[in-house]
Write a protein that binds this ligand. Structure first.
Ligand code: GLU
Length: 443
C-alpha cells in the first residue's frame, strides 16, 4: 500500500488566513487517519511578496494550533530542481522559450517558458466534487516560468508535490481551476496524478468570500481575542464537514477518529462567529482553574481572588478577551475597593420607609461578619436571604430595598454579580467592612 502524504502549502505573504488553518487541518487529519505524513511547504516563489518574518509566523501558527508537521520544506530551496526539469521539458520539445514583450513593460523583450499544450479535455475525480472536466484548449500554450530559473507557481507546485510523494492534494476550492493546468504539466513531465479534494470556500455571513481585507479572518486576530486553539480547530472542522450526528465538540484526536472527506460538503460554509464563541466557551470551561488563568494570560492584583472569580468568568466569558474585559469592568470591584455614592445607596429605598437601607445594611454587616471564611454563594444566600424576606414581609419592595444597597455597597457598580456571589468571593471580612463603610455614609 502506498504511504499517504498530504501537505499544506501557504505563501509567506501576510498573516495566516483562518481558511489556511482549516485546509491544514483537513490535510493533517487525513494523513493521521491513514498512518501517513503531513508536511508544510512554504511557497515563496513570489519573491516580491514573500518575507522571512511571515515564514517564522507560519511555523509558529501551526505549532500553536497543534498542527505540527512531520516535515517542513521551503519551495525556493528546490530552485535547482525546478530549473533542471524546466530545461528538460524544453529539451524534449514539450515546452519552449518564447521571446515576447514583457507584460509589465511592453517595450522590453523577455524570454518566458510556455508549455506546449496538447489542448485535450482533462477529467479528474475530485474526492469531494466527483468528476470534474475542463476543456484545456482555451488555455493555449500557457506560461509556466517567467524565465528558465524563475518558475511560476503551477510548475513549482507540480514538481514539489511529486518529489515529496504527495498522494492527496486537499486544498481550497479556489484552486479547482488551477488543477487542469497542473495536470497538463504533470503529464508533460511524465508524473502520475495525485488525488484531488477541493474543499468549499469559507463565506462571511453576507455570503461573500471571507477575506482578510474585509473581515476578521486571520488566525492572529482570533488568538489575540483570546480563542483557544482547541476551539478554533473544533470549529474549523465543522466549517464544511459534519459528523452526521448533532455532536459539536471534537478534540483534534477525536477528529482524527471521526472525520471523513465523504462528509465534506460542496457548497460554501458560512463563518459564524457566535457559534465559534460558543465552541470556545465549551473549551474554556473544560480548563482547570490554573490553566484557565495561565492560558488566558489573566492578571489581577490578588491571585487568590482571581482564582475564586474563575467560575464566574467561565459562566460569562466566551473568549479570554471577554474575560479580561470582565476583570477590568464588571468584576473590577473584586479587586478594588468601591467608591460609593450616597444617592445610589438609597436609589431603591421606598419613599414611605425612610432609613430602611441604613438599618438593613447595619444588620447585614453583622450577619456577614458571622459567616465562615469559606462559604459558597448559596451558603451566603441561605444566611442572608431571611433578612431580605423579613423586610419584604413588612412591606412590598422591602427585599429590593435591602438587596440593592447591599450589592451596591459591595461593588460600587450599577452592574455586578449578585451580592451573595460577591460576598463568597470577597470573604466575610472584606465584605463586612465594605458594608460598614456604606452604613457610615448613610449615618
Ligand atoms: N500556495 C498556494 C496558496 O497559498 C497553495 C497551492 C496549493 O495548495 O496547491 O494558496
Amino acid at each position: 500500500m502506498t504511504q499517504i502524504v498530504t501537505r499544506i502549502a501557504p505563501s509567506p505573504t501576510g498573516q495566516m488566513h483562518i481558511g489556511t488553518v482549516r485546509t491544514a487541518l483537513f490535510n493533517y487529519i487525513f494523513a493521521k487517519q491513514h498512518g501517513g505524513t503531513y508536511f508544510v511547504r512554504i511557497e515563496d516563489t513570489d519573491k516580491e511578496r514573500s518575507r522571512a518574518e511571515w515564514i517564522d509566523a507560519i511555523w509558529k501558527d501551526f505549532e500553536w494550533c497543534g498542527l505540527t508537521p512531520d516535515a517542513r520544506y521551503i519551495q525556493s530551496e528546490h530552485a535547482e530542481r525546478h530549473r533542471e526539469l524546466l530545461a528538460a521539458l524544453v529539451a524534449e520539445g514539450k515546452a519552449y522559450v518564447s521571446k515576447e514583450p514583457s507584460r509589465d513593460d511592453p517595450s522590453r523583450q523577455v524570454e518566458v517558458v510556455r508549455l506546449k499544450n496538447p489542448g485535450t479535455r482533462i477529467t479528474f475525480t475530485d474526492l469531494i466534487r466527483g468528476d470534474v472536466s475542463f476543456d484545456t484548449a482555451e488555455l493555449g500554450d500557457f506560461v509556466i516560468a517567467r524565465a528558465i530559473d524563475d518558475p511560476l507557481y503551477h510548475f513549482a507546485v507540480v514538481v514539489d508535490d511529486k518529489d515529496a510523494g504527495v498522494t492527496h492534494i486537499i486544498r481550497a476550492e479556489e484552486h479547482l481551476s488551477n488543477t487542469p493546468r497542473q495536470i497538463l504539466i504533470q503529464e508533460a513531465l511524465g508524473f502520475s496524478r495525485p488525488q484531488y479534494a477541493h474543499i468549499p470556500l469559507i463565506l462571511a455571513p453576507d455570503r461573500t468570500k471571507l477575506s482578510k481585507r474585509k473581515h476578521a479572518a486571520s488566525l492572529e486576530h482570533y488568538r489575540d481575542e483570546g480563542y483557544l486553539p482547541e476551539a478554533i480547530i473544533n470549529y474549523l472542522a465543522l466549517l464544511g464537514w459534519n459528523p452526521g450526528t448533532d455532536e459539536e465538540h471534537f478534540s483534534l484526536s477525536e477528529l482524527v477518529e471521526r472525520f471523513s472527506l465523504d462528509r465534506v460538503q460542496k457548497s460554501g460554509a458560512i463563518f459564524d462567529e457566535t457559534k465559534l464563541k460558543s465552541v470556545n466557551q465549551h473549551w474554556m470551561r473544560k480548563l482547570s482553574i490554573d490553566d484557565f488563568i495561565t492560558r488566558g494570560a489573566l492578571e489581577a492584583n490578588d491571585s487568590n481572588t482571581l482564582r475564586l472569580a474563575v467560575p464566574l468568568l467561565k459562566e460569562r466569558a466566551r473568549t479570554f478577551g471577554e474575560a479580561r474585559e470582565l476583570l477590568s469592568g464588571e468584576l473590577s470591584c473584586l479587586f478594588t475597593q468601591p467608591s460609593l455614592d450616597k444617592s445610589q445607596l438609597l436609589a431603591k429605598e421606598p419613599k414611605d420607609r425612610p432609613g430602611i437601607a441604613a438599618t438593613a445594611l447595619k444588620s447585614l454587616s453583622e450577619a456577614v461578619r458571622e459567616l465562615p471564611a469559606e462559604i459558597s454563594a448559596d451558603g451566603v444566600k441561605e444566611a442572608l436571604m431571611p433578612l431580605a424576606d423579613a423586610e419584604e414581609a413588612r412591606g412590598k419592595g422591602g427585599r429590593g430595598a435591602v438587596l440593592w444597597p447591599l450589592r451596591y455597597a459591595l461593588s460600587g457598580q450599577e452592574r455586578s454579580p449578585d451580592p451573595f456571589t460577591l460576598i463568597s468571593i470577597l470573604g466575610p471580612v472584606e465584605a463586612a467592612s465594605r458594608v460598614e463603610k456604606a452604613v457610615a455614609i448613610l449615618g
